[in-house]
Each structure stands twice: as C-alpha cells, then as structure tokens.
Design a protein around this ligand. Sequence first.
Ligand code: ATP
Ligand code: MG
Length: 390
Amino acid sequence: MKEIILIKTGEIALKGLNKSSFEDVLVKNTKWRLHRLGPFRFRKAQSTIYCEPQSDEIDLEEACRQVSHVFGIAAFSRARVAEKSFADICQQTLDFLSEDLEYAQTFKVEAKRADKSFPMKSPEICRELGARILQRYPHLKVDVEHPDVLVMVEVRETAAYIHGKQLPGAGGIPIGTSGKAALLISGGIDSPVAGYMMAKRGLELCGVHFVSPPYTGERARQKVIALMEKMAEYCGRMDLYVVPFTRIQEEIRDKCPEELFTIVMRRFMMRIASQVAQRQDCGALITGESVGQVASQTVKAIACTDAVAALPVFRPVIGMDKREIIGIAQQIDTFETSILPYEDCCTVFTPKHPRTRPRLDLVEAAEQALEIDKLIAEAVEGIELVKIKR
Ligand code: ATP
Ligand code: MG
C-alpha cells in the first residue's frame, strides 16, 4: 500500500521562466524541506512532481504540511499508488477513501488517462468505478456539481494514482528563481509579512536587524530571531545580520536637529543595509513600510530614504492597510510574536514632532555634522551573523 505526494506546479508561474530549471529549483527546495522526515525520491513528468517516500516510517501527514508551505506549488495531493489494472484501481480506491466515502452523502469520480494504452477510456473508468463504489456504499448518491467526496484517478505511465480533492499549495514561484534580497526586519508586524511576500515571488532572503543596546534589550533581538524562525517555514534557509546601531543613534541625537532624527536614522539604515546586501549578492532591499502609517512613511520621507539606497527597495505592503497586513501575519503565524512588547531601536530617541515632509537638501545639510563613512564602517565591523534555525 504505497502512498506518494503528487505536486502540481501550475502553468501560470511557468510562463516567463525556463520550465525545467524552475522545476529543478522547486524539487531542490521541496527536498530540503522534507529531508528531516526521511528519504524521498523525486520524479518530474507532465507538470507533476512525484514525491515518493522511500520508507514506511515516514510521516506523510507532516510531509504534506511541509509541502503546503513551499512556494511554486499550485496544488498537491496525497495519493495511493495502484497497479494499472482496473481491479487494483477499484480495490485501492475503496481502501484508500473508505473513511471519506462512508461518512459522505455524495461523490463523483473523475479520471484522467495520460497513458493512452490503458484499455479503458476516462468516461468508462468513471462509470465503472462509480458503480463499484455505489455497490459497496449504497447510501451514496452521485453529485457531479458539488460532491462531498471527489475520487480522482490518474492513469499515468508507470502506475495509476488515486486521490481525493487536491489541496491548495502556497502559490508563488520557487525561492531562488528571482535571486536574493535583504529584508530590513524589525520586531514589528509589517516587515516579516513583507519578507514573506517577496519570498513568494521567488526571492531568497537574508535579514538585517539594527539593535541599540542598552536602549534595546536581548529580548528584542531574540524576538527578531524567533520571527525569522517562523518565517523560515515558508522562506527557507536564512541568515540574519545584526547591526550595532547605538553609536549612530547617539551621534544623530547629539548632532542633528531633533525633528530630523528619524529620517537621518532611516537613511543610515538604508546605507548599511545596502552594504550588507551587496556583500551577500543581493539585488534588492525589502522593507515593511506602508504609506502614511507613521511619520517616516510619508511619500517625502520615503523619497529621502530611497536617495541613499544603493539597490532597488521593494515595499510589498506599501498600499496595504494595517488590517490586511495583520491578516497575513496571522496566516503565517508571526503575529503573536510581533506583538510582544519589546523596544525597537526605531522607538529610541524618537522626536515629539518628527518632520513628516522632510526636504532632502536640509536632511543632507544636517548630515554634514556626522562622520558618515566612519560611523558606517564601525557599525559594519561589529555585525553579528546569526544562522536561523528551522
Ligand atoms: P514594522 O511593523 O515592520 O516594524 P513599522 O510599521 O513599525 O514596521 P517602522 O518602525 O517605521 O514601521 O519601520 C519601517 C520599516 O523599517 C520596517 O518595516 C523595517 O523594514 C525597517 N526597520 C525598522 N526598524 C528596524 C530595525 N530595528 N532593524 C531593521 N529594520 C528596521
Ligand atoms: Mg517597527
């Protein structure tokens, strides 16, 4: 009684990309996610990836849960493998779906015959298998519109596969197929969501987090690590670069006009993140900014921070309401961690009346008071690398 996971890659995602290399990356990512559960074999054919456990000990329930988090998968199903004979197809169907069929009121059989040498055509498989199911479960009725149980039979080259309704995959495109980007991650709600959204578009991530001890504590740093561990469920392997930011913030506090503190600080974040990103071969930065949310996220303020970014800055939540962002945070399970009440360096020394429409020339003039390159070099020197576990 062999079971496997059938993975459908979906056609839309394949359009602009080289199909085969896309699938290779998808297989690699899925392999990485499943390797802890035991050995699997992967095979590709006809927009389907066959993921076959190589041991009976493997927890397929957990494997399906893992598969449901892999970007690039449109849908998947856990399927029973049958011999390519109608008798075995019947027997395996009645065995594999017995519980579902017993408690259902209605059902429908769908068949696909990729192997045209199989002697029965699809409608015949449906009719005959339907009759066998009704024989065994006379309480059932056929409902082709909204069946409680869908019985799918796929007759393919090497075997027949029986499964129920397909489950939705995580969508998107495989991580790595769009390159790499550095996520500026705070302990807040928005940046983990922003990272998740860009990983879904095929970007591999690394994190950059600024800390200001003793104004921010160890628990705030641990919170960011915990957030990235949650994100890893979807985003895969990630490194986090923790940047010491205290000295820079103190310098800005001491030498710049108070109302420009936030914007100058954010420009330092962008400059440093750009350096880290370039060293790690990243092609872009990602932030969790959303227009109008706070003083530093007005259009003018964003223009001032962008002016010092050495790479394109992606802000996937820019047009979203907090409520929508929270919805995604709950779905990916980062929300509860994000709302733990620890200080972020952004909330240290914040002015009472920050400039909401900063002028770039005045910001640049204010920065003249600072030894920018030296401060950045010191901060970069002190970066700590944290490998995110999952
Ligand atoms: P978030 O919920 O992501 O913290 P926010 O609404 O609190 O966002 P800000 O605190 O203004 O907004 O931060 C805007 C963005 O700047 C964040 O989404 C994040 O990308 C980046 N950022 C803020 N603080 C830090 C930090 N300590 N380290 C790295 N990036 C940060
Ligand atoms: Mg924040």
